[in-house]
Every structure is written in C-alpha cells, then in structure tokens.
Ligand binder design. Structure first.
Ligand SMILES: Nc1ncnc2c1ncn2[C@@H]1O[C@H](COP(=O)(O)OP(=O)(O)OP(=O)(O)O)[C@@H](O)[C@H]1O
Ligand SMILES: [Mg+2]
Length: 284
C-alpha cells in the first residue's frame, strides 16, 4: 500500500521496511501492520490532540510526573507550550508503560521502540497468525470466561504492583491470543499512588471486564475482587502472586465514607476540568 505520511520517516530511517495494511483506526490512534526485516509488527500512530478530547484527560494526568518544573508549570497553565508538552507526555506514557510492564514480566505487546511519534510493537495474533480479535468480539464458554477473568485479574494485580492502573480497561482493549487475553492501549494509565481517582478507576476497570465475562459465567457478577485488591494495595500487602480470598463484601452497616469522599473528589475533578477548559479557551 501507499505509505501513510507519518510512517514515511520510519521507512527512510530503516526502522521499518514496508507498510502492509491499515489494521484499525480508533478514537485516539491509527494502527498499521508493518514489516521490519522478516518480522511482521504493528505501528501505532497517535492522532493530533485536536482530534481527541483534551479535557477528559485531566483526571488521568493527575499524579503523573513530568520531566521538569518548567514542563509542570506549563502544563498547569495549559499554555501552547504546555499543551505540546502534554501531547508528548501522553504518547510517551504508553511507551514507558509498555516497557515497564514488559520488564515486570506482564503479558503486553512487546515494544520495539518509539520513533517520530510512532510506537512500533509486536502484532498480537491468533493461532493462525492473523491479527488477534478483541475480547469483546469473541464468544466464550463459562470455563473460558472464568479462566480469562483469573488471568486478567492477575495482570491487573501485576500492573498495580508496578504502581499503574490501566484506566480504560474494557473488552475492546483486550486482545485474545492463542495463550489467552492480552491487555493493550495504555496512553491513559493512571498512577495508583498519586491520583485521587485511582481506587475508582481500578474498580471501573475490573468491573468492566467482570460485567463482560459475567455474561458467560454469571457467578463472576457476584464478586468483589477489585475492592479486595485495592485494600491489599493500600495496606502495602499486594504482591504479583498474592492469592485473593474472594470473600470481600461491602459493609452495609457503616456509613459509606468512601462514597462520600468519592462524591467530593468527583466534584473537585469536574471543577478542575472546567477550569482547564476555561484556560484553554483563553489561550486560543
Ligand atoms: N499490538 C497489537 N496487536 C494487534 N492488534 C492491535 C495491537 N494494538 C492495537 N491493535 C488493534 O488496533 C485497535 C486500536 O488500538 P488501540 O486500542 O491501542 O488504539 P485506540 O485508538 O485507543 O483505539 P480505541 O479508541 O478504539 O480504543 C485495537 O482495538 C486492536 O484491534
Ligand atoms: Mg483502544
């Protein structure tokens, strides 16, 4: 096929040899199947910030470290320079996360580098070598759904032990490879320690998977693993191989202080997002 413009520089630099076909164009990125030597890989080209929702991302970036104080201040002001920094940070976050998770032994696409704003990584395939389907597109029986749930929880725990929460986990950000599910799509990863919304995001991630897999194995719908995982994490007791008891239950007798606190944090986030939106409008 004709080489898409953002991939031209990678060919010129000899980082890839050929673009074979477009794989998928999502909200945030276009993914292509490419050839590098005799290996087939994929290349993720991020869309411009203008094509994505800038404001929605505020909450994800809380607690994320930027490289220097000039960068942090600029991002804080949402100036043009700040937005460029934020744009770069957004892309780098996915690359950094992939390397970090790979190094921790988690099952993520093997990264092959980040060049000219493009992430080159392993193409996850099915048993026949075709690009792997997404979890949301496959039919599972109850045993498979239970097995996938256990594997995915283990991955979520492993990520949390790295200090990270996916933040956008859904059956559409999980691919089904021959050895089981593979989590993808990390630009919005959340720092578990530095982000007020971390617990809620962990719950949302796990619940999204549980809701989907629970269609095939309904008993999963009555589980509270995310709450148990978060409790262990907060107590500093979570390890990649920690066995979950599965017996966590909400305490209905006590005033639910957590949800009060969450409501306050939600309100605070909305205010922050509005503020950033106003500053953005002023900067334009
Ligand atoms: N490493 C990979 N191997 C195989 N397929 C992949 C890989 N990475 C991405 N894809 C395919 O490309 C699609 C889009 O990738 P990704 O989810 O990373 O980007 P996105 O733009 O955030 O997508 P969306 O907005 O749809 O979530 C995935 O749903 C998947 O089908
Ligand atoms: Mg995606």
């Amino acid at each position: 096929m004709k080489t898409p413009e953002p991939l031209q520089a990678l060919i010129e630099d000899g980082l890839i040899d050929e673009v074979l076909r477009p794989l998928k164009s999502g909200k945030e990125a276009s993914v292509y199947v490419v050839r590098a030597g005799d290996e087939v890989r994929c290349a993720k080209v991020y869309k411009d910030m203008a094509q994505r929702s800038f404001k929605q991302r505020v909450q994800y970036e809380e607690g994320r470290k930027l490289r220097g104080s000039r960068e942090s201040r600029a991002v804080g002001r949402a100036s043009k320079y700040g937005r460029r920094q934020q744009e770069a940070a957004w892309k780098n976050t996915e690359v950094d996360a992939l390397y970090q998770l790979r190094d921790a032994g988690l099952r993520v696409p093997q990264p092959h580098g980040y060049f000219h704003g493009v992430l080159v990584m392993e193409l996850v395939t099915d048993a026949e070598g075709f690009s792997a389907p997404r979890l949301g597109e496959v039919e599972l029986d109850a045993d498979q759904a239970r097995a996938f749930h256990a594997i995915l929880l283990r991955q979520v725990i492993g990520m949390l032990c790295c200090g990270l929460i996916h933040g956008d986990l859904s059956p559409y950000n999980v691919l089904v490879g021959p050895e089981g599910p593979v989590i993808i799509d990390f630009p919005q990863v959340v720092s578990a320690a530095g982000n007020n919304a971390a617990r809620r995001m962990l719950l949302r991630d796990v619940n999204a998977l549980t809701a989907f897999l629970g269609r095939s194995a309904p008993e999963l719908l009555d589980t509270w693993y995310a709450e148990e995982i978060w409790e262990l994490f907060e107590r500093g007791e979570l390890r990649p191989d920690t066995e979950l008891a599965g017996d966590w239950r909400p305490d209905e007798r006590e005033v639910d202080l957590d949800s009060v606190r969450e409501a306050i944090n939600d309100a605070r986030e909305v205010a922050l997002i509005r503020q950033q939106g106003r500053e953005e409008a002023e900067a334009d």
